[in-house]
Design a protein. Sequence first.
Length: 135
Amino acid sequence: MTGPSPVPEFESLRFLWNCAADYGADGEVPEDAPLGVEHLSHLLRVYNSAMGGGLGFAIEVNEEFRLRRAVDAARYLGLVGLAELLEDLIARYGDDAYAESRDSDLVTILGQRDEHLEAAFRAKAAESPADFGLS
């Protein structure tokens, strides 16, 4: 992974977010990606699937191991409620109707504009910049 150039923090975080989103979409994280970017990519894969078609769709298109990675990533970022929601969906893996019924819970956990996800990412990057290749 090519590290961020020396630009303002906001741009560095945006760059890292976009890299993680791309890795999540691809389903593969480069071996040299920082730990925080790896976790974020696993979470964004499931998150972006849910934003594209709801939790039922996210469960349908992501294998169970990917969902478990997203659980670990949510815990890493301090999003315990999201981790618990994903664990509940894993326990009922394959029940798309149940997953769809939990869409409003996702909004409650992440906020109307997903501000809690972004805030958790920013807080973790500030707390552990080396995990994101920022130190």
